[in-house]
Design a protein around this ligand. Structure first.
Ligand SMILES: Cc1cc2nc3c(=O)[nH]c(=O)nc-3n(C[C@H](O)[C@H](O)[C@H](O)COP(=O)(O)O)c2cc1C
Length: 428
């Protein structure tokens, strides 16, 4: 990126050549250090997403860990997203043939190894250097889709150059419509196979910690940040070996954003609070491919999304990061499935931390899932290997739970696997 070297703070850091490509753990030079690290890492000991979260917390700079692991205001919705899965119980069946199981299914016509995609998340390249590329590669190798956020550190072009499977691009609608149209064009040029329109971020939910930590990419060289970074040697080492340390979809592409000092003001000014269903029709037209609308919580909005041509909708409260006080997504799901489940694919995100959560929501009618924090914990802990491990963990949990409920294929699974009275029902 032409202007990235103007960003404040970069001059202190050794910059690799413009042409340098992302290096994964497996591809990096076989120095003793990387070899040793590889040998020491036994990811099979990471047995649940919580294990990965703990390691990520230890390894990541505080401001970026806090950015991931928080919700808005009181964090009520953030907590409810995970805790509302717990009371839902499975019916255990026995002495059923459990051989030859598969979680294979389809999301918007795309074959997937399990019905889970990596959610679009901003700042991902600050959880781990070149994080978007590492996560996209892990997803590609595993056989699930990857989505890239508008607010990613690696650009659309960076991810396209470093992967071969088509990925999905998530669009935030900006006041600068020329820039937005250009983003859509760049996603088309990169052969992205779907556009995710995020509908729940016309204004930004407040997360206290981000304000207190002075969140920025890269971190500002304050005393507190320097003290904290001094304990995060692996993160710093990896960051020193990439040039991707700012929002590369934006810097150098949007007007008047040459460096980061103007980016934060640009972002708060640019997210468009006037976004409406009329814009959706126009965006669908411009894009011309599969459209996923994310951030739907109410059946009325689900119906409007179908009317405006959504190929899939995501029941999502942005992982509890936007409207605090909204219900959990598992609670909102039944009304949405009842309203539009037969007309479009209803997916769900927010609060999924295990394959059991996915199976519960699948039984209730969700036909796909996005994972945000679960993959980010894996990424912050071990880069690409960690994302792969997070996917493996969730796959195994979903697969084994399906077997315990007496099924070998997701197409056979419905509400009958759940104990009546333990799962939410439509409110209407
Ligand atoms: C750190 C973080 C950054 C996010 N950034 C974006 C974003 O740039 N665009 C977007 O549409 N959603 C974003 N989201 C929301 C996710 O796409 C997804 O809806 C949410 O993470 C799902 O909840 P979960 O984290 O509990 O799985 C972000 C979520 C997190 C945790």
């Amino acid at each position: 990126m032409a202007d990235s070297d103007k960003v404040r703070g970069f001059r202190l850091w050794k910059r690799p050549s413009e042409k340098q490509k992302c290096r994964t753990a497996t591809e990096s030079e076989p120095t003793n250090q990387t070899k040793g690290k590889g040998q020491m890492r036994d990811l099979s000991k990471m047995t649940c997403i919580e294990d990965l979260r703990r390691v990520a917390k230890f390894k990541m700079p505080k401001m970026f860990y806090d950015y991931i692991d928080s919700g808005s205001w009181t964090q009520h919705t953030y907590r409810a997203n995970t805790t509302d899965f717990a009371p839902i119980e499975f019916r255990q069946r026995v002495l059923v043939n459990m051989e030859g199981r598969s979680l294979e299914s389809e999301m918007i016509g795309q074959k997937v190894k399990m019905p889970l995609a990596i959610a679009p998340t901003g700042f991902t390249g600050m959880a781990w250097a070149d994080g978007e590329i590492h996560a996209a590669r892990a997803a590609e190798k595993f056989g699930v889709p990857f989505s890239l956020s508008t607010m990613s550190i690696c650009s659309i072009e960076d991810v396209a150059e470093n992967t071969s499977a088509p990925f999905w691009f998530q669009l935030y609608v900006m006041r600068d419509r020329e820039f937005m149209e250009n983003l859509i064009k760049r996603a088309q040029d990169a052969k992205c196979s779907a556009l995710i329109l995020t509908a729940d971020l016309q204004v930004l939910g407040q997360r206290h910690k981000d304000i207190k930590n002075g969140l920025s990419a890269p971190p500002k060289p304050t005393i507190m940040n320097c003290i904290n970074l001094a304990t995060k040697w692996e993160w710093c080492w990896n960051m020193l070996h990439t040039e991707r340390r700012t929002f590369r979809n934006i810097v150098g592409h949007a007007k008047n954003v040459g460096d980061l000092s103007s980016l934060s003001s640009w972002t708060s000014e640019q997210f468009d609070p006037r976004l409406s269903w009329d814009d959706v029709a126009r965006i669908k037209d411009l894009w011309g491919g599969k459209l996923i609308i994310k951030g739907i919580m109410e059946p009325e909005d689900a119906e409007l999304a179908v009317k405006h041509g959504a190929d899939a909708i995501v029941v999502s409260n942005h992982g509890g990061r936007q409207l605090d006080g909204a219900p959990s997504t598992i609670d909102a799901l039944p009304d949405v499935v009842q309203a539009v489940g037969s007309q479009t694919e209803v997916w769900l995100d927010s609060g999924i931390r295990s394959g059991q959560d996915m199976l519960k929501a699948w039984a209730m009618g969700a036909r796909g899932f996005l994972t945000g924090r679960a993959f980010l914990y894996g990424l912050g802990a071990y880069g690409e290997d960690g994302v792969r491990r997070a996917l493996e963990i969730m796959y195994n949990e979903m697969d084994v739970t399906m077997a315990f409920t007496g099924h070998r294929n997701l197409s056979e699974v419905d509400k009958n696997i759940l104990v009546e009275g333990t799962y939410p029902l439509p409110r209407r």
